[in-house]
Write a protein that binds this ligand. Structure first.
Ligand code: G6Q
Length: 515
């Protein structure tokens, strides 16, 4: 068990006296506490001198990864072993093969189940390529209807890639069952020229089916035939697997979890339409290259594993309960929301893989917003609040759209990065001042992942980096990062409560009858 491992005991002892960054953060430390990995010649650098770690702590963290067999579990996952299960109890009992969705590049290097899954994914991708060619020029907009994993990742990716989209192809999203969500989107498109992709792995989610019916009815009221506009993405044999109702149907499988599904057809249809097929492939390629990196590099050289270990140090040994993820990139506006689901739905678990209660903390509360905007709001608490908030910053050496301007001696991208580095260092070293109101305690742990530029390839790699960071943590805690009983409960409760509403015309809560 995690806490009983020799490495964890060592870490426990080391955590009694964590390094004091207000004294120890030197240029030399910044130079030595960084990890660079090259993917397709592009550098991804993790700067972690601002974390409260020493070489002893790092050595113990790497030993922990070995003891908990983190890398072997990652290899087993990518090979298709059944990891989504709780021993001795009814559970999903599935392989976890989201990596196979982007394994079109050298699938032969993985085991048979993963190869089979990659082949299934390749077939859907080929179907999609043909479909998109046929649709070219006929539609200007696509609406994605879906929620949770069928919304957050795809939406975050689309927003991140708007700089690269085809000028005549826009995407929109309807997720909430609040009718205002659908109405607002419907008011902004010409339905005659709009495709609607309904995405639901289960084919039974209340919000998604309601919104599908809502948009179908709007189309019919305009004299349009929904069959000419609606596309389905769902699990084979789900209630939505009814090709006669759709212009096209694409599939996903139970071995791809919702929050890990952005690179399956769940994201691919909308991204292929709006960005074009080649850019979609570049996203998949970036994700795949990070998958290979994650399964093949030793802990000290493995970006997502190192990040996972630093997170475990903060969570279990420095006992910090939250984590802010702050991209210094406006394009990553919705990326924290995706990561919030990815992490909290995966690692918000109280039992281990044998059904026993974990005597240690698991996933932290995740939240975030882009910088520099956050600096003008919640950074106050981060600098001077009573509970340190660890941070993961994301930055890029170059801006996405190219055009920039030198104003007062620096361009905007330099101003953005200057803010990022200044904040990172200030949070670590604090600020001395005799006036307690202007005193900053420092020792606020943080790290920076810096990449060249937010291109489709880099975005895919970043997505995969976070997926693997989260699953590595789950492997080390020995919890199941791939099921979501808490979300399933919400679906059941909604339907149970709705049964009370049916036929009553009531719009107020009928809570008492529910108990
Ligand atoms: C993700 C979760 C959840 C799911 C949604 C939508 O991992 O399981 O967020 O994606 O509830 O489910 P459907 O795709 O089945 O509609």
């Amino acid at each position: 068990m995690f806490l009983e491992s020799t490495a964890a005991k060592k870490l426990q002892a080391l955590s009694q006296h964590p390094v004091d960054l207000t004294q120890e953060l030197t240029p030399e430390r910044i130079r030595s506490f960084q990890l660079e990995a090259q993917l397709q010649g592009l550098g991804f650098t993790l700067y972690y001198a601002m974390e409260r770690v020493t070489t002893d702590v790092l050595a113990a963290l790497f030993a922990l990864a070995k003891e908990m067999r983190a890398l072997e579990k990652m290899q087993a996952m990518q090979a298709g072993e059944v990891l989504n299960k709780i021993e001795g109890y009814p559970s999903e009992n599935r392989a976890v093969l989201h990596t196979a969705m982007r394994d079109q590049f050298d699938a032969k290097q993985t085991a048979k189940p993963a190869q089979d899954a990659a082949q299934m994914a390749a077939k859907e991708l080929a179907k999609l390529e043909v479909f998109l060619k046929q649709m070219e020029g006929r539609y200007t907009d696509i609406i994605q209807i879906g929620i949770g994993g069928s919304d957050l990742g795809p939406r975050a990716l689309y927003i991140a890639m708007e700089a690269f989209r085809k000028p005549q192809c826009r995407a929109h999203f309807i997720s909430n069952v609040d009718p205002d969500d659908a109405n607002q989107v419907l008011a902004s498109v010409d339905l005659k020229k709009t495709l609607v992709v309904v995405v639901s792995k289960s084919g039974s989610t209340l919000e998604t089916l309601t919104n599908e019916a809502f948009v179908r009815s709007k189309m019919e009221s305009l004299g349009l035939n929904p069959k000419e506009h609606f596309i389905a993405v769902t699990g084979e044999k789900s209630p939505m697997d009814n090709p006669s109702r759709y212009k096209a149907s694409f599939y996903m499988w139970d071995f791809v979890g919702g929050r890990y599904s952005a690179t399956s057809m769940v994201g691919a249809v909308m991204l292929g339409f709006s960005l074009g097929f080649e850019k979609l492939r570049a996203i998949l390629h970036g994700a795949h290259d990070m998958d290979v990196h994650a399964r093949s590099q030793e802990p000290a050289y493995n970006l997502p594993l190192l990040s996972a270990l630093l997170g475990i140090w903060n969570r279990n040994f420095l006992r910090l309960p939250t984590l802010a993820i702050i991209p210094y990139s406006q394009a990553l506006l919705r990326f924290p929301a995706h990561l919030q689901q990815l992490d909290m739905e995966s690692n918000g678990k109280w039992i281990d893989k044998t059904g026993k209660a974990c005597p240690f903390s698991t996933g932290p509360v995740i939240w975030g917003e882009p910088g520099t905007n956050g600096q003008h709001s919640f950074y106050q608490l981060i600098h001077q609040g009573t509970d340190p908030v660890p941070l993961e910053f994301i930055g890029f050496r170059k801006c996405q759209r190219g055009h920039d301007l030198v104003i007062e001696g620096s361009n905007s991208q330099q101003k953005l990065l200057a803010n990022l580095f200044a904040q990172s260092i200030a949070l670590a070293i604090g600020q001395q001042n005799e006036n307690p109101n202007r005193f900053f305690p420092g020792n606020r742990p943080n790290r920076i992942l810096l990449a060249d530029q937010l291109t489709p390839y880099t975005l895919g790699a970043l997505l995969s980096y976070y997926e693997h960071k989260v699953t590595f943590q789950g492997f080390i805690w020995n919890i199941n990062s791939f099921d979501q009983e808490g979300v399933q409960l919400g679906k059941l409760l909604a339907n149970k409560m709705l049964d009370l509403y049916k036929g009553t015309g009531a719009s107020f809560p009928l809570g008492e009858a529910f108990l």
